[in-house]
Design a protein around this ligand. Sequence first.
Ligand code: PHE
Length: 454
Amino acid sequence: MLGQREQWGSRFGFIMAAVGSAVGLGNIWRFPYMAADNGGGIFFLCYLFALLTAGIPIMILEFGIGHKYRGSAPLTFFKINPKWEWLGWWQVLVCFFISIYYVVVIAWALSYVIFSLNIAWGDAPKDFFFGSYLKLTGGPFELGGINTQILLPLAVAWIVAFVAIYTGVKAGIERIAKYLIPILFFMVVFIVIRGVTLPGSAAGLNFLFEPDFSRIFDYKIWTAAYGQIFFDLSICFAIMITYSSYLPKKSDVVNNAFTTCLTNCSFSVLAGMAVFSILGHMAFTQGVDVKEVASAGVGLAFITFPAAISSLGSAAPIFGVLFFLALTFAGITSLISINEAAIASIMDKFEMGRKKATIMYTGTAAVCSLLFATGAGLYILDIVDHFTNNFGIVFAGLIQVLLLGWLFDLKSIKDHVNPISDFKIGNWWLFAIKVVTPLVAGYTGIMTLIGDLK
Ligand code: PHE
């Protein structure tokens, strides 16, 4: 045996680490364009509904089982029922696939911190990103060699994640999150304050928040909102189970879950305001509608936003550095959590020491991530992202709530968390896990599958 399980040093440290996992690239680039693409304010209402009916209940569930069974996801599921260990490994596998491309997006962000110093993208951010920087080839099968410009930032991202995990839960993961997350928060608040005082920002914010009620019955919006909640909060990914397994015996599980979820979602709103106020300003300076400048996905962070930054004149470099540094910090703490979920599983299963497991795992993942640093990286990223997000996670989430909701004594988790928590969970929680979450996860999965087959 390897002795006692590691523990967080303080409640604040745990919350920062959990928020660090939740707040990631998804909050800064995914949330704003999901909202913009899905009816603005109406998406927002669905998102809040998803937070209350699925996000918070599942977070309580994951914190609850991690805390009770004190194991990484595979070990926790094994302790619940030896036949369910595979579900934990499935989640770990999804984490692996996400980490190898997620780290590359962090590397891009890091490069863009430097590019911001002299606004290297000039007047043509699109050509700069796809051409000069990514050296994009013609398709996913045309690799075109490893891009040396990405190699250095990629190495930096891996080294930071490696050092944090190698050093341990308290001295490494907790310490880095305790610094990076508050700094990240202040950087984004700073951008928002400047953003909302720019001429034209109101149009951007309206675009983000104005509800289009005619779309309330549109299933796409609902599936997008629930999908965003799962990705956003890092739930059903083995991560939150792992992190809560390091909590001390006396921990207010319910309160921790609420704090983590609400902090994360407030951060998404802030990030959305930061991005859209500046986009509004750019549209204003160009005399066009915000809709014309709001693009989706990777393009929003690395093409549209650089263009918007350029519209800030002499303040452009500062805002560029702040924005891309924020993206980098948000990404790094999530990357650490995705890797820790896998490494903790290896440590538990093979009774291996932290150092050895970290070297083996991050070494392998780092080599695999090189595939995404080739000229075909973006194409492959799109494909892997689509499958892991739409099927890997939804499937893992669905099985998790079905098994725990129906083939396990779910009330035992309620009885475990209530005596140690100030805020007691009631039958609404059982209902959310047993009925609401399987329905929405099942529906989302089926609808995406149908969409894919079409
Ligand atoms: N929640 C993180 C984000 O919003 C992403 C993430 C997904 C992190 C999966 C870990 C695992 O970007």
